[in-house]
Design a protein. Sequence first.
Length: 262
Amino acid sequence: MRVLEADQVGVDFRTNTALGQVSLRLSAGEMVGLIGPNGAGKTTFLRALVGLQSPTRGKVIFQGGDIALANRKVIARAISYLPSGAPCHWPLSVRRVVALGRLPHLTSREGATAHDAAIIDQVMAQADVVAFADRQVTTLSSGERMRVMVARALAQSPKVLLADEPVATLDPYHQLRVMDLLARLAHGGSGVLAVMHDLSLAARFCDRLVLLVDGAIVAQGSPDQVLTPDRLREAYGVDVISGKAGSHVYALPDDPENAATA
C-alpha cells in the first residue's frame, strides 16, 4: 500500500533548480535509501515530502490528496521527520524531548496516558538513551543527541518516517542499532525513506535504493541494481570496491577519479 508519493515534484530556488521533476512512491513495509552526492537535492526532496518546502512544480500525495491541503494534525500523527544533525536548542531533559513525539496523539482533555509513557520508555530503550534520561539534551554529544531525536521520531508511532542522514554522527555500534530500528519500523508496516551516505549500510538495510544526482533520479531498484561500479563512478566520481560478505552487499569508495594524476 502506498503511504506517500511524489508526483513530478520540482523545487526552484532563486538562481538554481534544486529538484527537476522527481517522482517516487513509498509503500508501507519498505525501507528506501535515498543516496547521491552532496548538493544532489536529497534534503530538499525530504523537506518537500513533509511539507516544509513548497514544490515549484508537481505535488506530494498523502492519503489520496495533495499534502498541501491535508489537515496538519493528521500529518503530524502520521509523518515523522528527522532532520540532519539532530538540531535541538531547548534546554530540556532527554525524556521530555522524546515525549514531544507523543504530542500529536494527545488530547487537551486527557494529556499523556500510561500508554504514552510506555511508548516513551520503549523507544528510549531501543535508541539506547535511558542512561541519560534526566540530562539536558543540549549537554549531549552530537551522536547521543541524534539517538535522542531518533527516539522522539519513533515515539510518534509514524506511518511514514523521513530521516535525513540518521546515522552520520553515530559510532559503528549505534549505526547498526539505529538502522535496525528503522528497518524494523518499516517491516512492521510503516514506510521509511532515509538519506544515506554510507553505501554499505544502505545496501545492508534498505529494500530499495534511489540514486539522486543533480536533482534527478538516475537509478532506483535493489542495492545490487543501483550500486554498480560504472553508475557510482559517474555519480560520485570515485571507483568502488563492491561485493558480498555472506548475504550483505558492500560498496567501498576507492580512489577519487583522476586522483593518481592530480
